[in-house]
Design a protein around this ligand. Structure first.
Ligand SMILES: [Zn+2]
Length: 272
């Protein structure tokens, strides 16, 4: 593969703790969840990148707020590009409405993404998966919006614990080396909570040190991987003995499913 087609994923910081992910080669770029146009346009101009598409995971303002200005800017540059987003949510600028099982094929930069419906944070929330079968030269990638975070998960604004539990199960079915590109830098506060759930989780203790050092040096803690989240993220461990036991002790009764465990852990996090 020629070097100008090598694909990178770069975080563009926005607001206080959002990441707009930029999937790019040396000439073209796709933006994921551009909540703010200004930092995105600044990055595209500085890197001389042509915007070829936008992926939206859900309709919250900090994920779609930049669309209008990006369209205006794009038109002024003579650009037109598709805007992909969940079919079940109201996103006026969306050009392609997506359902579970759909594929997004973009030529430049070359990437093929599958669509998962992952309700919980919002009801129509979707995630994008670049798997090895369709992208043989790349590491597998997951763009999960506000569903999964490093060491945490999104708040249940609209969905039920049961919906979030099955959404996270879809992520647990992905290969362990899948890179997880979430849209917020919430990692340190998520780790504080995760340690309250599992104080004796050795992998989590190690990760707490690593993440702290990364933030001290003003570096991003994401992407992580599915395998890593399986070891350190309480919401990805609702079928694991230590998490089940602490959830049962918190609520004082036996819990029979991962969804029930998730409901207890999520409610605990909400008041943590
Ligand atoms: Zn959101």
């Amino acid at each position: 593969m020629a070097s100008n087609s090598t694909l990178h994923v770069w975080p563009i910081p926005a607001f206080t703790d959002n990441y707009i992910w930029c999937i790019r080669d040396s000439q073209s770029a796709i933006l994921v969840d551009p909540g703010d146009a200004k930092p995105a346009i600044h990055y595209l101009q500085q890197e001389h990148l042509q915007l070829t598409g936008i992926l939206i995971t859900h309709y919250h303002a900090d994920h779609i707020g930049g669309l209008k200005d990006l369209l205006t800017w794009g038109h002024s540059q003579g650009l037109s590009f598709p805007i992909y987003g969940p079919a079940a949510e109201d996103i006026p600028e969306r050009t392609h409405a997506l359902f579970e099982g759909d594929r997004v094929e973009i030529a430049k930069p070359a990437i093929s993404l599958g669509v998962l419906e992952v309700p919980g944070h919002t009801l129509g929330h979707i995630a994008y998966v670049a798997d090895v079968a369709h992208n043989p030269d790349q590491s597998p990638k997951l763009f999960c919006g506000d569903t999964l975070f490093a060491s945490g998960c999104g708040r249940l604004f609209e969905g039920t614990p049961s919906q979030m539990s099955s959404s996270l199960s879809k992520f647990l079915n992905l290969p362990t080396d899948t890179l997880v590109y979430c849209t917020h830098e919430y990692t340190l506060s998520n780790i504080r909570f995760a340690l309250a759930v599992e104080p004796n989780n050795h992998d989590l203790q190690q990760w707490a040190k690593t993440a702290h050092d990364l933030r001290q040096n003003n570096q991003s803690t994401v992407p992580t991987t599915i395998g890593h989240e399986r070891r350190v993220n309480p919401f990805m461990r609702c079928d694991q003995e230590p998490v089940i036991v602490v959830a049962e002790n918190t609520i004082g009764k036996k819990l029979n499913t991962s969804a029930e465990v998730l409901a207890v852990v999520r409610a605990w996090k909400d008041r943590f």
